[in-house]
Design a binder for this molecule. Sequence first.
Ligand SMILES: Cc1cc2nc3c(=O)[nH]c(=O)nc-3n(C[C@H](O)[C@H](O)[C@H](O)COP(=O)(O)OP(=O)(O)OC[C@H]3O[C@@H](n4cnc5c(N)ncnc54)[C@H](O)[C@@H]3O)c2cc1C
Length: 329
Amino acid sequence: MERFEYAHPTTQREAIGLLGSNWNDAAVLAGGTDLISLMKEYVVSPKRIVNIKNVEGLNGIHSNAEGVTLGSLVTMDELVENETIRAEFPALTQAAEGITSPQIRAMGTVGGELCQRPRCWYFRNGYGLLAKDENGKSLVPEGENRYHAILGNSGPAYFVNPSSLAPALIALGAKLQLTGPKGQREVSASEFFVIPKSDNERENVLKPNEMLTHIVIPASSRGFRSATYEVRHKTALDWPLAAAAIAVKMEGGRVREGRVVLGHVAPIPWQAREAAKELEGKSITDGTAVTVGEAAVRGAKPLSQNAYKVRLATVAVKRALLAAAKGEA
Ligand SMILES: Cc1cc2nc3c(=O)[nH]c(=O)nc-3n(C[C@H](O)[C@H](O)[C@H](O)COP(=O)(O)OP(=O)(O)OC[C@H]3O[C@@H](n4cnc5c(N)ncnc54)[C@H](O)[C@@H]3O)c2cc1C
């Protein structure tokens, strides 16, 4: 690990003032479960670490007529244990429950989970975010790509977004509040994640001198039934191979509005709009669930080793949809 300066501000203004104009100037430290590993492996070497754990106003889960607001420092444990979220937005609780490590649940924060860096093994082994060789060509298409993207993978990025919470938050229409030197701005969770075009860009719209402060799930999403289904190689200490979050608004036994978001299959959480359209006006049966699952992966372009993920994503959508319809996981 490179030497670094350590700061522990107590106000948001102070924290923002300690961040820099380049990613290498400073990094936000929340639970540290991802950042510290990246630093130990020299994947990132910020000159300053800004520990936000003591910053006021970033804790707690608050519910009111406008919706539910989560501070970015809410831990996975706090999220899983929150009965309001479990009752109103089960897709989010189920997504957090998939992260089974007690240590990660105790230390990892919602903000850190959304901003965690890709698990692509080329990136984690020093080949940069876009995994390029010395001639600037991506190593992924002809390399070890079994865990890489099957959608949104026309390049130059082939990694998958690692967040388990993001698909659920997008399906629930959440908004993310970001704070920087010019004050606060709000972006929808669906627009927060972006596909980088160069190694110097990031996987989300945060600027180097901004931080994520709150996540707001609007009251309008209370009328939706929701569920998350993940397909994992093993249940502990791993990331899903494919996942789906579904939110459906029912009227007279039929879907009035549906949202289908896939996780771990593309460089961003993947909004399967065709699949959502397929749902409209239908009652949810096994047959509908199969059709919607197939629509969700239409356009998938698997790489040499990951065609299996197409089937997993189809199954994840089908099972999430049936669970959402029943109102159970
Ligand atoms: C073995 C293992 C298995 C895992 N399995 C899963 C899984 O299945 N699904 C899943 O989603 N995750 C999984 N994780 C990842 C885990 O969820 C994250 O490491 C954790 O949530 C990160 O939160 P943190 O608070 O520790 O973030 P940190 O490590 O402190 O930060 C992570 C990144 O986010 C940035 N950051 C943190 N907070 C903010 C903020 N408020 N504003 C701006 N930037 C910020 C940091 O600068 C850093 O780049 C796993 C991790 C491990 C080690």
